[in-house]
Design a protein around this ligand. Structure first.
Ligand code: DGY
Length: 326
């Protein structure tokens, strides 16, 4: 009997075909609609492997009904949608897709910073709405990025890749991280700061920390109040790291200048969300890793990890190393 792999979102034909050569495969056929919870649970109850995306909640309820499940290959570097402790308890390997998306996500993060600082989405709407009637010295002026201070919160692989891009813009690089990053300090001149010091000094505060129990709600109103009034806040990590209401209040009160957000508390964000009415907010639909090359590399890595499990080898990017399968 071939192992049964359930894919929770429509993937390109080549990825489906690769899996279908070896496994019995089923896939949720829709691209723009998440698999309903009851279907996910029903499929998980008979699946040997799940290929998941970040909006799928892989929790105790699911593991309890998935007695044949051996591996969850999550198509993301983040795995905050998966209860790791329960996965290990139920003997299920959890894998993610690090590294292949580092540069792509760093490109998007830096693009978001530039777009927010230079008001690019607002300017594009201005042109498309036919409002560009003359050239004026102070029309749509933004703020410079080059030679400013960037403060990176979360100096992992993506944080370091963003720092490299910042160095190319002659920025001074500050960072806050659980551990000192000697390589970034040596190679890029990055300077470690305590969290509050970074908030006070940086012109651009860029959140790239992973979501976990330590970082959930890390940015509250008092943290935005510590930032400069001209500061720009960028979040390309996970929405729940910030208190969204606190960010809204800080923007409304003019405590910071603008925000560039690729991630939100609730995704997709509701079309009535107050952020969407604010000119100084650039909002993107969680597209950090969304280049064709990188998305294919992420899916390929998921397939490699699934293969490893059924060939009884530890997957290359196993997250819950305490799982007893191997
Ligand atoms: C990740 O990989 O964690 C991203 O947020 C999803 O593209």
């Amino acid at each position: 009997m071939k192992p049964f792999v359930y894919i929770t979102r429509k993937v390109p034909d080549e990825i489906y075909a690769r899996l279908a050569k070896v496994y019995k495969v089923e896939m949720w056929p829709e691209e723009d609609k998440a698999v309903p919870r009851e279907i996910l649970l029903e499929k998980a109850s008979v699946a040997n492997a799940l290929l998941t995306v970040i909006s799928d909640q892989i929790d105790e309820e699911l593991f309890s009904c998935a007695s044949n499940l051996k591996v969850v290959a999550n198509m993301a570097v983040g795995f905050d949608n998966i209860d790791l402790e329960k996965a290990s308890r139920f003997g299920v390997a959890v894998c993610n897709t690090p590294e292949v998306l580092t540069d792509t996500t760093a490109d998007l993060t830096f693009a978001l910073l530039l777009a927010t600082a230079r008001r690019m989405t607002e300017a594009s709407e201005f042109v498309k709405d036919g409002k560009w009637t003359s050239w004026a010295p102070m029309m749509l002026v933004g703020t410079d990025v080059h030679h400013k201070k960037i403060g990176i919160v979360g100096m992992g692989k993506i944080g370091t890749a963003v720092a490299k891009r910042a160095a190319g813009f002659d920025m001074e690089i500050l960072y806050h991280n659980r551990r000192r990053h000697e390589v970034a300090e040596e190679m890029l001149g990055a300077q470690y700061r305590e969290f509050d010091e970074l908030l006070e000094e940086a012109d651009f505060v860029v959140c790239l920390a992973p979501l976990n129990d330590d970082t959930r709600g890390m940015f509250q109103r008092k943290h935005f109040q510590k930032m400069k009034k001209e500061a720009i806040f960028i979040n390309a990590s996970r929405g729940p790291i910030i208190n969204e209401q606190a960010l809204l209040d800080a923007l409304e009160a003019g405590e910071i200048a603008a925000a560039g957000l690729d991630v939100f508390d609730q995704e997709p964000i509701s079309k009535n969300h107050p952020f969407l009415a604010m000119k100084n907010v650039v909002a993107l639909p969680h597209i950090g890793s969304a280049s064709k090359e990188t998305r294919l590399a992420m899916m390929t890595m998921c397939c490699d990890n699934i293969d490893a499990v059924f060939e009884e080898r530890p997957p290359r990017t196993l997250v819950n190393k305490d799982v007893l399968q191997f």
